[in-house]
Design a protein around this ligand. Structure first.
Ligand code: MG
Length: 283
């Protein structure tokens, strides 16, 4: 195409060839140019598949029509006490993972429901969803109650364990200090939040999370690590962070193959943290 627009090239070729040969060459060049440069806008239109129609929530943060409601302020019917919990070190993680699928009886979630919120009951243990999830979009709201005298990891500590193993920290990080990779919004001991978007204790806060489960080959080899993108009160705090393995308290994490879907766990760390408006969309 460029050659055809170039007068000298045109002139030279026209002079050195007979007319039919020149016309043929011109058509060939034009054909090649058409293959490379699409001029019809319809060629790049994709009509299938048609995305499923979803009705957005009426209010900001309210669940869209295709969300699974995990807690709507009424009861803990979507939850039970976590029988296996989570590991604090890799040997503990390994022991827990080895027991997946063996639990046959669960106790009720022992947390309180007060004024439309589920409240951690210290000593009742972590709770987990009855349903298991892999790739997901999660919305969860939490509140660190005002608790003068508390500080650091002791001030409203809880946690959201995606797939029972990957913890985004819940903590009052508004006016007390702790290690950065353990503050609110951290992927515990792996990823410091990009900013501290915390609200003061006593105010409701939101996490909006996109989590992608790790992928394992049949022989257990890691094909793709888990990743998380998270917003804290609408502010981006984790930008497609790729986890190094489960979020553990002691030691360095690594991957141990586990099922494609696992329950969501909420942590009992001995503090009366509250949760509400929890919904999830499977991806
Ligand atoms: Mg925690």
């Amino acid at each position: 195409m460029i050659a055809l627009d170039y007068p000298e090239f045109y002139f030279l070729n026209q002079q050195n060839m007979n007319r039919p040969a020149f016309l043929l060459l011109t058509l060939l060049i034009a054909g090649c140019a058409t293959a490379q440069e699409i001029t019809d806008p319809k060629v790049t239109e994709v009509w299938e598949p048609v995305p499923a129609k979803v009705t957005p929530g009426v209010f900001p943060n309210s669940p869209p029509s295709d969300a699974i409601i995990l807690f709507d302020g009424k009861d803990l019917s979507q939850w039970h006490k976590s029988a296996l919990g989570y590991g604090g070190s890799m040997p503990e993680v390994k022991a827990v993972i080895e027991k997946y699928g063996t639990v046959t009886k669960y106790e009720n979630a022992g947390w309180d429901v007060i004024d439309g919120a589920m409240v951690v009951k210290p000593g009742a243990g972590p709770i987990e969803t009855k349903q298991s999830f892999g790739d997901c979009q999660l919305h969860i709201e939490w509140l660190a109650p005002v608790d003068p005298g508390k500080e650091g990891q002791g001030y409203s500590n809880s946690g959201v364990f995606l797939m029972s193993n990957y913890e985004i920290q819940v903590l009052n990080s508004y006016d007390t200090q702790t290690y950065s990779n353990g503050q609110a919004g951290a992927m515990y001991k792996q990823s410091i939040p990009l900013v501290n978007a915390s609200r003061p204790p006593g105010e409701w806060q939101t996490y909006d999370i996109v989590f992608m489960a790790p992928r394992f080959a049949d022989d257990g080899k890691l094909l793709k690590p888990a990743s998380i993108t998270a917003f804290h009160n609408g502010v981006l705090i984790q930008n497609h962070f790729e986890l190094q393995g489960p979020c553990i308290y002691i030691g360095k994490p690594y991957y141990i193959p586990h099922p494609d879907k696992l329950p969501l766990i909420l942590q009992d760390h001995g503090n009366r943290v509250r949760f509400r408006n929890i919904w999830i969309r499977e991806l």
